[in-house]
Design a protein around this ligand. Structure first.
Ligand code: ZN
Length: 207
């Protein structure tokens, strides 16, 4: 795939991510791997103003190529993930609302919806860390061979064969978290969860 197509693909996923309300302002980031390069969103640039030429190309070894912007500050996590997971071709990091909320009240998200099965997701662990670029090794260990992790009070890191699949995984995590929050609200409202208490208990993070 040409450099131009890679940049266009990253930009398209960025626009889809923004359109779905999964980030706040210039937060979050998107990258894809193509051969010996990684294409990643620049740091602190307005998504609405971003063009193909603003996407930053970096060698997999970490050396930046000529670019008009610096890469996302979370580039070290992306590079470390690509190094650890040869099956990963795209990474999306979001700050979506339900996922952030759930990450602050639970230790993980069970894979109990159809979306989780469809995307072959395991449980999504919550990592008690808010700065991914500080310690990528801890996040990579928490992800293992999985497809997403929740950063406590921060957001979602999702991986896929390419950036589009990573985006759908991030969307699935947000949906699962929203369902979990709804179930917990039902439980706290009393009575309505009696039909399937075991499942609801799991969703609500109960023992
Ligand atoms: Zn972030």
């Amino acid at each position: 795939m040409t450099s131009r197509r890679c940049r266009n693909r990253v930009l398209a996923v960025v626009r889809a991510m923004v359109a779905r309300g999964l980030v706040v302002g210039t937060t979050g980031n998107v990258s894809m791997r193509a051969r010996d390069r990684v294409y990643i969103t620049p740091t602190r640039l307005d998504y609405d103003a971003m063009t193909r030429r603003d996407v930053v190309a970096v060698e997999l070894a970490g050396r930046p190529m000529r670019s008009r912007h610096g890469p996302s500050s979370e580039l070290p996590l992306h590079l470390a993930l690509y190094d650890r997971r040869p099956d990963v071709g795209g990474i999306v990091h979001t700050h979506s609302r339900a996922a952030v909320t759930w990450s602050m009240i639970a230790s993980g998200l069970p894979p109990m919806t159809e979306d989780a099965r469809y995307y072959r997701m395991g449980a999504v662990p919550v990592v008690p860390q808010t700065t991914p670029c500080a310690e990528p090794a801890a996040l990579i260990a928490a992800l293992g061979d999985g497809r997403a992790i929740l950063l406590e009070g921060h957001g979602v890191v999702a991986v896929g064969e390419g950036p589009y699949e990573a985006l759908w995984i991030a969307c699935a995590v947000e949906h699962m978290a929203a369902v979990a929050l709804s179930l917990r609200a039902l439980r706290d409202g009393g009575g309505h969860c009696a039909r399937r208490p075991a499942i609801v208990g799991t969703w609500c993070g109960l023992p």
